[in-house]
Design a protein around this ligand. Structure first.
Ligand code: ATP
Length: 201
C-alpha cells in the first residue's frame, strides 16, 4: 500500500516552515509521496489570495529537489469553495489502495471542527499534526469525543508564517534580502522578479 501525505495550504508564499513540515512528514511517516495542494477558493479566509499561477510557480521552484514531492492542482482546477473533504474523496477514488495522511499544523487542528464534513474526513485519513507557535498538538474539545487516528510530527519550532513575510514586503523589505530562514532563495527571486506582495504586482 502506498503511503500518501496530503498537505494543503494557501502557500502565499510557500515558506521554510512549510518545507520543514513537509520534510519531517516524509521522514516520520515514511511516505512514498507527499502531495502539495494549493487552495483554490479558501472559504475560511477573507483575504484575496495571490493568483494560483504565482503560488504554483513558487511551489514548483522548491519542489524540484525532492522527487517524492508532487504538486496536486485539483483545488485550483475546481470551481466553488475548496473543501478538503471533496479533495480527499476525489484523490482516494483515483487511488483506492493507499494509506492516507493529512498533514496540518496545530493552528489547523485547533480549528478542525469548523472544517466542512470533518467527521467524514476523520474516517478517511490519519491526521499528522505538528506543533506551531509553541502550541503542541492538542485535540480541540469536539475531537476529544471522536475516535481518530493521530500522529504527532516531531517538528522543531518553525517561527515563520506567510502573513509575516507578506507584512515585511508590504513594509518595504526587499525580497532578495529576506532571510533564507524565511523563504528559499528561489522563492525570494520569484517574488522580486514579479514584484509580489509590495502593492505593485
Ligand atoms: P498565513 O500566514 O497566510 O495564514 P501560513 O503561514 O499559516 O499562512 P498556510 O499556507 O496557510 O501558511 O499553511 C499551510 C499548512 O502549513 C497549515 O496546516 C499550517 O498549520 C502549516 N504551517 C504553516 N506554517 C507553519 C509553521 N511555521 N509551523 C508549523 N506548521 C505550519
Amino acid at each position: 500500500m502506498r503511503r500518501i501525505g496530503l498537505f494543503g495550504g494557501s502557500f502565499d508564499p510557500v515558506h521554510q516552515g512549510h518545507l520543514a513540515l513537509a520534510r519531517c512528514a516524509l521522514a516520520h511517516l515514511a511516505l512514498d509521496e507527499l502531495r502539495w495542494i494549493p487552495v483554490g477558493q479558501p472559504w475560511q479566509k477573507s483575504r484575496v489570495l495571490t493568483s494560483g499561477v504565482h503560488r504554483v510557480a513558487m511551489l514548483e521552484a522548491v519542489l524540484v529537489d525532492e522527487p517524492r514531492f508532487v504538486l496536486e492542482r485539483c483545488e485550483l482546477d475546481r470551481t466553488g469553495p475548496s473543501y478538503t473533504l471533496d479533495t480527499v474523496r476525489t484523490l482516494q477514488a483515483a487511488t483506492p489502495a493507499a494509506t492516507w495522511f493529512l498533514i496540518i499544523g496545530q493552528d489547523q487542528y485547533a480549528n478542525f471542527a469548523s472544517w466542512h464534513g470533518w467527521p467524514e474526513l476523520l474516517q478517511r485519513v490519519t491526521l499528522a499534526v505538528a506543533a506551531r507557535d509553541g502550541c503542541v498538538p492538542t485535540p480541540p474539545p469536539a475531537l476529544t469525543e471522536v475516535a481518530h487516528q493521530l500522529v504527532v510530527l516531531p517538528l522543531p519550532a518553525q517561527p515563520v508564517s506567510a502573513t509575516e513575510i507578506r507584512a515585511r514586503l508590504v513594509a518595504g523589505a526587499a525580497a532578495l534580502e529576506l532571510k533564507s530562514t524565511l523563504v528559499a532563495p528561489a522563492v525570494a527571486s520569484y517574488i522580486a522578479r514579479h514584484r509580489l506582495y509590495c502593492g505593485n504586482a
